[in-house]
Design a protein around this ligand. Structure first.
Ligand SMILES: [Zn+2]
Length: 200
């Protein structure tokens, strides 16, 4: 659905202009080289290299760069079904609904039931996270029923920080057994949890 971009989206669109200035081959080479640098790593979504790569990926997706096979991605990256880009999965709080998200097109890159022995721990984490996140979206009735909403929000934000730290520290690293690189979402904007709130 089309919507008016907000100030933040406009800013990111302007950041992305640098990649719109690349020709297709230059863009494909930049991405292949950067995938080489991401390989073998667990990355926070807030990492500037990731932010840049996502901007490039957006332009590449619009131009269908990966369909053109102009460059080879590093060999360890299999092709993903959703958009035929190299597979770089993101672990986000939408895990239960969307599985692991494709860094290139934001579609489902890997469904939950393809996570083998790692599925259980991730599902358990996501089920614990959901009610915590939901506090940010309580309606007025729920807010007044719960007593001091500011305090409930604060508690939820603290719990979200703890759970996100657990995600980054314990739950994503094993996924490197399955994937060449793994990204995890290290913030929750609805609960005002910022990347710097989650210790390295
Ligand atoms: Zn995709």
């Amino acid at each position: 659905m089309a919507h008016e971009p907000d100030a933040s989206e406009l800013l990111w669109q302007s950041y992305g202009a640098v990649f719109r200035g690349f020709d297709d081959l230059t863009l494909a080479r930049w991405m292949a080289q950067t995938l080489g640098q991401l390989q073998g790593g667990i990355w926070r979504l807030s990492h500037p290299l990731l932010a840049s790569y996502r901007l490039a990926a957006q332009v590449a997706n619009e131009r269908q760069i990966w369909h053109q096979r102009m460059v080879n991605a590093p060999a360890d990256y299999p092709q993903v079904d959703c958009c035929r880009a190299p597979l770089v999965p993101m672990v986000t709080r939408d895990l239960l609904d969307s599985g692991l998200i494709c860094l290139h097109c934001n579609g489902t890159a890997v469904s939950l039931n393809n996570l083998g022995q790692y599925q259980g721990a991730l599902v358990k984490w996501a089920k614990a996270y959901q009610p915590v996140h939901d506090v940010a979206h309580w309606d007025d009735v729920r807010r007044s029923a719960g007593g001091d909403y500011d305090q409930a929000f604060e508690q939820a934000a603290d719990e979200a920080e703890r759970l996100l730290a657990q995600l980054g520290a314990d739950l994503t690293a094993p996924l490197l057994e399955l994937f060449p690189a793994v990204i995890w979402e290290d913030q929750d904007e609805c609960l005002q949890v910022r990347p710097e709130d989650i210790p390295c």
